[in-house]
Write a protein that binds this ligand. Structure first.
Ligand code: GAP
Length: 459
């Protein structure tokens, strides 16, 4: 296969055809910016979430997990500033009436070279005119002025649908961490510095140029808030920058496709902020954020709830509102980056071709596939499968030639294929094929689980 450029279209097609991700509400013609994870995709995303939890909660002694409600008291969103000022810069195409975000149009046009979030509306309008950025839908340049649009989804609670019943689907998970700051501190006897982490769904009424999982209306965030003293805060901020980068590199994103983007324009309360950007097929884009939020969030919740958010230092009895360092990454966006990073079209020595997904074994949807060489070996193969599936997600396939079955597993990134053949019946040995090198070794079936377990760990 001639080496060809990775496009989002290739990733979308593979995902749809191999059971990673389907368009949302597919039989109704889809539903803009929604996607459904299929049998292979749900395993991949769950493994990504597990790897994050393992790294940032399980292996971080001063970090505590929560799972807060999606629907929160609406006052939370007044305190957070989302009701008053959360808004994306939107513009409509006067010709085809489609709506777009001005900042994403600029970022897509400049392939991520221009950081539009630092621009005013006037600067974005001027940039769009100067670079003749046309409507991606109809190809005409006839834009309305930029307006702010609040992307929070509103629903109502109770039966009256009155203003007082109005509730919001959370647009970020971190508020569930702030409102539980003292609950967690008290019940876990936590001492500053400590962090609260959460993985959960967020919702934003996004209008996007359609980059698959990159920006969707419903997505999962993996967020962590570290509460600390002001004098420790810049060191902790630097530490999370390093930890965030190491985590995604350990998962398989290459250093040359990652870069820090320090924000020039900071919120008035912020002391520092940066993103880590990934070089997606559509260009450099934000993958995650690390923000020094000062005392803003807890102070605002203290003001709006009327409840003290003061931390009492157990050693000095000093009372203060801690500073917050936030680390936030989208599980779907990271899954997309990992899909892009894993994809390879290979021409093999014998001229044959294959598409192979080189996932880190810890996030591979299936750790192992059991393949009987012939159908009449299925009884023994099912016995092997029965042992392995108690330990790992395991696939079983007896349809088609062995070569075709290997290719199917390569395309979903299964790190090991175990072949049961006639020798297995005599000596209980199987062939284990490595996805990346395609090398094969012979192992006793009883040793398989321990062999694979060692190689699929995430450390
Ligand atoms: N609490 C801070 C916060 O929500 P954000 O930069 O708006 O900050 C954090 O979002 C991360 O969540 C992003 O870096 C991205 O990975 C993910 N994210 C945000 N909006 C998203 C969307 N519409 N679709 C998918 N992922 C999204």
């Amino acid at each position: 296969m001639a080496e060809s450029k990775l496009t989002m279209e290739k990733i979308v097609n593979l995902c749809k055809n191999r059971g990673f991700v389907y368009p949302g509400s597919d039989i109704y013609g889809g539903f803009a910016n929604t996607w459904d994870f299929g049998p292979v995709g749900v395993e991949l995303k769950n493994n990504v979430k597990r790897s994050w939890w393992k790294r940032f909660v399980q292996e971080s002694p001063n970090t505590y997990g929560v799972d807060a409600a999606i629907l929160m008291n609406p006052r939370v969103w007044e305190a957070s500033g989302h009701v008053q000022s959360f808004g994306d810069p939107k513009m409509d195409c006067k010709n085809c009436k489609q709506r777009f975000r001005a900042d994403t149009l600029i970022e897509a046009h400049s392939k991520g070279a221009v950081a539009a979030e630092a621009m005013t509306n006037e600067q974005m309008e001027a940039y769009i005119a100067e670079h003749d950025i046309k409507c991606p839908h109809c190809g005409v340049r006839s834009w309305t002025p930029i307006r702010k649009f609040n992307p929070m989804f509103i629903t109502s609670r109770g039966t009256l649908e009155a203003e007082s019943d109005k509730v919001y689907l959370r647009p970020e998970t971190c508020q569930g961490e702030y409102v539980n700051f003292l609950n967690v501190q008290r019940t876990s006897r936590a001492k500053v510095p400590f962090a609260i982490a959460q993985i959960g769904k967020s919702f934003r009424n996004e209008i996007t140029p359609g980059n698959f999982l990159f920006r969707t209306v419903e997505f999962e965030q993996m967020e962590l808030q570290m509460f600390c003293r002001e004098e420790q805060s810049m060191d902790i901020y630097a530490d999370y920058k390093a930890k965030a980068l190491k985590y995604i590199e350990d998962l398989g994103l290459k250093a040359e496709n990652l870069r820090f983007h320090d924000h020039d324009k900071l919120a008035h309360y912020a002391k520092a902020a940066c993103d880590i950007q990934y070089n997606f097929p559509m260009g450099w884009q934000e993958l995650n954020g690390i923000h020094h939020r000062g005392v803003w969030d807890l102070s605002r919740h203290q003001e709006y709830s009327g409840k003290s958010m003061l931390y009492i230092d157990p050693f000095t009895n000093e009372k203060y509102i801690p500073n917050v360092i936030e680390y936030s990454i989208g599980a779907d966006r990271l899954t997309l980056a990992l899909l892009c990073a894993a994809y390879e079209e290979q021409t093999l020595e014998d001229g044959d071709t294959r598409v192979v997904m080189h996932f880190h074994p810890a996030i591979a949807p299936y750790k192992v596939a059991v393949l009987p060489l012939q159908k009449n070996l299925s009884e023994k193969a099912k016995e092997v499968y029965g042992v392995l599936c108690k330990k790992f997600m395991c696939d079983y396939d007896e349809a088609g030639s062995i070569g075709k079955r290997y290719r199917r597993q390569d395309e979903i990134g299964t790190p090991f294929c175990v072949t049961v053949d006639f020798d297995t019946l005599n000596d209980n040995t199987v062939t284990v094929r490595d996805r990346d090198s395609m090398e094969q070794i012979r192992l006793n079936a009883d040793e398989l689980a321990a062999y694979i377990e060692r190689l699929v760990e995430f450390n």
